[in-house]
Design a protein around this ligand. Structure first.
Ligand code: GLN
Length: 452
């Protein structure tokens, strides 16, 4: 009912691309019947969840926000979906996203933008704007997102929700349509820190279908969220990720969180991560490079649409070209061109090779930082939600939104965003980001619970 009330129409939130009412209600009814019969079920059994439409689901469409996959049905479930089903969580439907998860505003969806429930003229972040908006608008208590450069955390920040990018490998990527495989990670979106912890426990764990899946992913996440304690912990402020270029209302709320942590017994230390300034540049070479390769499978033969050339001969190459020209939006094309250029002979070392070296330097910055502190903290985004249309013609200023979220993906470390209150100047949500060493996801939940 809530989805029907707020999601549709010209001024609707438009968080969902597909609503799975019948199946979700059937799962819920089955859970009720089992509980009535005395069966012990998982804590989250019967709690509905929305799923970013980049994650494949049997029996429901998966579009990746692209015209290319319109009407396509996956023959299998992603590992995380199998786990949700095993926990008997009703899957409410599929949420809107920037096409193939490329963007920071959900305006690059082929199915129209999602609106921010706090102000319908503003963006809900991206690429997972649909999942964050669904949770913020009380259309779903939980959602799944994917985070390659911030697509869980940046939408979380601008919609006042909690979002977590787990340690790389902690949650199986099997069945998440690949954007940049070395950076992609599925994770939870929720309204509370504990809810995300419970959900990460459901979806996490080793998966033989994902070769990068960890053998010993973090456990004890919900216990850490319930503990919520920072007594004696060292927390590092990243010098490079606040101050200049950050909105004043964001800074004010950020400073308040530091006070709160100090009051709760944490020691706050300033840390410098000198190479973080190069993270954005490295990301926007590595990500398009990997994406250009991953998206090569959308060739008009194997998946989704096929467009025949309107004139001339019908050869494989010409069909491929006509299909890709018609099926992909501008942002996806821009990144494929950037990526193939960066990977081409003669430029490979200068661009992709240099970016990989920067990636190593960023990993070293994290290692040095975590030798001094338990957890790092920063604002999640430099500003609150911007207006729909404001940055759509300026890709560089759109990319700048990811400045604080990208380092975690480049290093594979876990990150969490949680609401830090509303900015004084515009009354919009501010996100606080916590970062921990790889496999120490539990620390994020422990500290996050103190801040909420
Ligand atoms: N905004 C980033 C980008 O456009 C984030 C992408 C993501 O995390 N999927 O690449």
């Amino acid at each position: 009912d809530r989805i029907a009330a707020v999601d549709g129409g010209d001024r609707g939130v438009h968080a969902f691309l597909h609503v799975n009412t019948e199946e979700a209600l059937a799962v819920a009814a089955d859970v009720d019947a089992r509980r009535a019969a005395g069966e012990e079920l998982h804590e989250l059994a019967g709690v509905p969840i929305a799923v970013k439409d980049l994650i494949v689901t049997k029996g429901q469409p998966t579009t990746a926000g692209s015209k290319f996959l319109e009407g396509w049905m996956s023959p299998y479930d992603a590992t995380v979906i199998k786990k949700l089903r095993a926990a008997r969580m009703p899957i409410l439907g599929k949420t809107n996203l920037d096409e193939f998860a490329m963007g920071s505003s959900t305006e690059h969806s082929a199915y129209g933008p999602t609106r921010n429930p706090w102000d319908l003229d503003r963006i809900p972040g991206g690429s997972g704007g649909g999942s964050a908006a669904a949770v913020a608008a009380f259309e779903a208590p939980l959602a799944l997102g994917t985070d390659t450069g911030g697509s869980i955390r940046q939408p979380g920040a601008v919609t006042g929700t909690v979002g977590v990018k787990p340690t790389y490998g902690a949650v199986s990527r099997y069945g998440a349509i690949a954007m940049a495989s070395s950076l992609d990670q599925i994770g939870p979106v929720s309204r509370t820190v504990l809810d995300s912890a419970l959900l990460q426990e459901v979806i996490g764990g080793h998966d033989p279908f994902d070769s990068t899946s960890l053998s010993d992913p973090s456990t004890g996440l919900a216990a850490a969220a319930r503990l919520g304690n920072v007594e004696g912990m060292k927390i590092g402020i990243i010098k490079e990720l606040h101050g200049e270029g950050y909105q004043s209302g964001v800074e004010t709320r950020f400073n308040e969180s530091l006070e709160l942590l100090r009051g709760a017994g944490a020691e706050i230390i300033e840390i410098s991560c000198p190479n973080f300034g190069y993270a954005l540049g490295a990301y926007y070479l590595i990500m398009p490079s990997e994406a250009s390769s991953n998206l090569a499978k959308f060739d008009g033969v194997r998946f989704g649409m096929r467009t025949l050339p309107t004139e001339g001969s019908i050869t494989i190459e010409r069909v491929m070209s006509a299909t890709r020209a018609a099926g992909f939006g501008d942002e996806v094309k821009r990144r494929i061109i950037l990526g193939t250029y960066a990977l081409s002979a003669g430029y490979y070392d200068a661009y992709y090779g240099s970016a990989q070296k920067v990636r190593t330097l960023i990993q070293r910055d994290f290692a040095a930082a975590f030798a001094q502190v338990d957890v790092l903290i920063s604002p999640t985004t430099p500003t609150t939600a911007f207006k729909l249309g404001e940055k759509i013609d300026d890709p560089l200023s759109m990319y700048l939104n990811d400045v604080a979220t990208i380092p975690a993906n480049l290093a594979g470390v876990p990150g969490l965003t949680l609401p830090g209150g509303l900015a004084d100047e515009d009354g919009l949500p501010v996100g606080i980001q916590l970062l921990a060493p790889a496999r120490e996801d539990a620390r994020l939940y422990r500290v996050g619970a103190v801040l909420e």
